[in-house]
Design a protein around this ligand. Sequence first.
Ligand SMILES: Nc1nc2c(ncn2[C@@H]2O[C@H](COP(=O)(O)OP(=O)(O)O)[C@@H](O)[C@H]2O)c(=O)[nH]1
Ligand SMILES: Nc1ncnc2c1ncn2[C@@H]1O[C@H](COP(=O)(O)OP(=O)(O)O)[C@@H](O)[C@H]1O
Length: 303
Amino acid sequence: MSTPPDVDRAAAGRAAVAARQARAAIKAAVAAGERNPLAVAEAAWREPEGPEARLRVRELLGSLRGLGPKRVAGVMAQLGIAEVKKLGGLGVRQRRALADWLRERAGDRARGRLVVLAGPTAVGKGTVSAYIRENYPDVLLSVSATTRAPRPGERDGVHYFFVSDAEFDRMVADDEFLEWATVHNLSRYGTPRPPVEATLASGRSVLLEIDLQGARQVKRAMPEAVLVFLLPPTWDELVRRLIGRGTESPAEQARRLETAKVELAAQDEFDVHVINDNVERAAQEVVDLLTAVRSAHAPELND
Ligand SMILES: Nc1nc2c(ncn2[C@@H]2O[C@H](COP(=O)(O)OP(=O)(O)O)[C@@H](O)[C@H]2O)c(=O)[nH]1
Ligand SMILES: Nc1ncnc2c1ncn2[C@@H]1O[C@H](COP(=O)(O)OP(=O)(O)O)[C@@H](O)[C@H]1O
């Protein structure tokens, strides 16, 4: 038996009222200075179905102190955003332009930078991150949660937070991850959001060493993040490193090399390429990106 149409209509009406109220509450919170407009935009890009995503850019900007409708229209024209656009409907460039503008306006130039280090298996991501951890204590290296078992020598809370499947499920349900992914079809890995946000807000930079799927998610949620792709000097050297590491069986090595080909093909999605021919130099290049002053952005980061 189907639901009578007037009941459907009433339910839809109630949902629309609730959605309008949710948007009004967001605008009120921004106007009162209780919610940071950039955090609202980032929530929209994280949760395409959430109330923030349905908020029009015009409404968000209109909630900012001192911004009348004329100036809102001017800013939107400057950012290349059409008048009717909702936050959730913005393209990558528009997101980045809006995020930069909001940050600039807040005079929040001291906000730290989020740098993501990714690259094919065995290129040396772990080695370069470990070098940074030991030699640049000012850089916060995010500690991921994972469902895989600890290896000998790995410490909980230092290399990873080792959690059960059930705990990982709970963290996903409670929206505690900035991004998460199943890696090598095996275990789940995720970046806990609160330490990253708190560190960026305090003006310090954060480095994430995560896989390609995670890097893509971060770019979607935070377009201002700088994505770094670590490259091997040559393909043969990558093979040598994987075999030399000796942590995978020959069958697993073959599987990872197949994945590596796919991953290398994605390098154009990244903002910066760093060749890991020398650990110390590659680490220095990554750290330079973390500490670069915004105005000294390499041109390719501003495009
Ligand atoms: N998406 C995502 N990937 C992660 C995270 N933490 C680690 N990884 C990736 O998971 C993969 C496996 O890491 P690991 O188990 O330490 O083994 P490895 O293959 O020896 O580096 C690597 O590609 C990491 O970059 C995370 O929080 N999120
Ligand atoms: N610049 C480098 N030169 C030579 N060997 C390297 C370099 N960087 C890493 N390695 C070696 O390559 C292997 C893979 O490095 P690892 O950090 O485990 O890679 P990933 O974390 O990207 O899977 C390790 O045996 C490591 O010692």
